[in-house]
Design a protein around this ligand. Structure first.
Ligand code: COA
Length: 160
């Protein structure tokens, strides 16, 4: 069976921490589908098209990644695309409880899909999209937290 992994998230916006996880998975799976959740409850700053375009640019050098958009249950989408693994990053102990709950619920919903946890580089252990956006909004330097295409998109969006 082909090892196809789905990496679901809101990616509002993609940070170097997310990219670090994607890069670590590239040699481990035959195909990685980065799946951008239509998650209006999170009130994203970037549109779904903007988030997808950043991801497409930043993963263009990998030949086993695809960017998709999904709504509804993650495990249902995984089923639809034939993904047998869900990828999630664990940055710190504080992520664990929520991630454990999600993994258990997803297993309950579809026991065929295995959740695979990866730990990003220590320099990203405190990073989140919200924090990066806040630092950006307040004029701080976010170059070490975000890839170029994210920075360009934020500049375009905010008219900087
Ligand atoms: N580097 C940097 N930041 C990271 C990170 C990493 N390696 N891993 C997680 N984060 C941050 C994100 O930036 C995000 O920060 P924010 O909250 O400030 O925006 C936060 O951690 C969580 O983001 P993410 O990993 O993208 O998850 P999410 O909460 O946005 O998305 C879904 C979670 C989409 C996977 C989940 O809601 C889902 O499965 N939804 C579909 C509906 C469903 O199936 N529900 C049942 C689930 S059991």
């Amino acid at each position: 069976m082909a090892k196809i992994a789905m990496y679901p998230g809101t990616f509002d916006p993609l940070t170097n921490g997310h990219l670090d996880i994607i890069k670590r998975c590239v040699p481990l799976f035959e195909k990685i589908i980065v799946a951008v959740a239509k998650n209006p409850s999170k009130k994203p700053m970037l549109s779904i098209e903007e988030r997808v375009s950043i991801l497409e640019e930043e993963t263009s050098t990998f030949d086993n990644t695809e960017i998709h958009v999904f709504e509804g249950l993650t495990v249902e989408y995984a089923n639809k695309i034939g993904a047998n693994y869900l990828l999630r990053g664990l940055r710190a102990v504080s992520d664990f409880e929520f991630e454990l709950q999600m993994a258990m619920m997803n297993r309950e919903l579809n026991p065929e899909v295995e959740t695979f946890f990866l730990v990003p580089d220590a320099q990203y252990s405190f990073l989140s999209s919200s924090l990066a956006k806040e630092v950006y909004r307040l004029g701080g330097n976010v170059e070490q937290f975000m890839p170029n295409s994210t920075l360009r998109m934020l500049d375009q969006k905010t008219g900087k």
